[in-house]
Design a protein around this ligand. Structure first.
Ligand SMILES: [Zn+2]
Ligand SMILES: [Zn+2]
Length: 265
């Protein structure tokens, strides 16, 4: 049957395998994988901390401990990237600014909307005119935000501390809202560069700059050669010229050459 043949040929194949070669390939793959881990740890830690010493520490961890080192790194690395922290802080500030006028009336608790000077339900005064600059400002602020005039002795707290149950409710609501926001809009702030692209850039950038330098040096050499040729041509033309040509031309040429040299430097 065909199956027997296949099994026999498989055993033949296994028997004929060169295990030295096999071990070499396995070792090569492991080394590549190890280098990949080191590169990944360097790039990933760069996204999470700006401290160079810490990054070198993380890389050394994966250099000496390999996969266990990688696992330790994954446990101890900062949980958020610098970009995530930046955007989270910016979003928090912006939301605070956007919702600054969306409080509740301190007296009756009804909802206030942006631009309200008085509560529409009870007539409570929310904003008052600054005595100095005459702009409507929140009357609970200590200083006018436009001219710096001191409005009152102390700033009034934005709201009284709610009791524990209310606070817990608020916290869970905020958390749920945060999870929702992040999960629905996760891709909004992502740059879209994967680790491989970043590693590629990290390797290619120095190579490209090296190439540029070599090109510049080549250009320099070519220029020097051209200059020498020019000089020789001038000498030849001088020797070939008849004797009665006025001597004034030579200094001019020399001056021109000097100017050229200065420019190139
Ligand atoms: Zn009110
Ligand atoms: Zn003012």
């Amino acid at each position: 049957m065909g199956l027997e043949k296949i099994i026999l040929s498989f055993f033949d194949f296994v028997g004929s395998l060169d295990f030295n070669m096999f071990g070499f390939i396995l070792g090569l793959v492991l080394v590549v994988f190890w280098l990949f881990i080191i590169g990944w740890v360097w790039v990933d830690s760069g996204e999470r901390t700006s401290k160079r010493g810490l990054r070198v520490g993380y890389v050394l961890l994966s250099v000496f401990l390999n996969i266990p080192g990688l696992i330790i790194y994954l446990i101890i690395r900062p949980s958020e990237t610098i970009e995530e922290i930046y955007w989270a802080d910016l979003e928090r500030r912006y939301l605070k600014y956007e919702t600054a006028d969306l409080g509740d009336c301190p007296k009756c608790g009804s909802q206030l909307f942006p631009g309200y000077v008085h509560c529409t339900n009870c007539g409570y005064t929310i904003k008052a005119r600054c005595p100095k600059c005459n702009i409507l400002v929140n009357k609970d602020h200590k200083y006018c935000e436009f001219c710096g005039f001191q409005l009152r002795e102390r700033a009034v707290g934005e709201e009284k501390y709610p009791d524990v149950k209310v606070m817990e409710k608020q916290i869970t609501a905020t958390k749920e809202h945060a999870v929702e926001t992040v999960e629905s809009k996760r891709t909004r702030y992502k740059t879209g560069h994967s680790f491989v692209v970043k590693l590629g850039n990290a390797i290619l950038t120095p190579l490209l700059s090296l190439k540029k330098e070599i090109q510049l040096k080549k250009d320099d050499l070519l220029e020097k050669v051209n200059k020498k040729e020019e000089k020789e041509e001038v000498k030849q033309s001088i020797t070939n010229q008849p004797v009665n040509v006025s001597k004034k031309e030579y200094p001019k040429q020399n001056q021109k050459k000097k100017k050229k040299k200065k420019k190139k430097r």
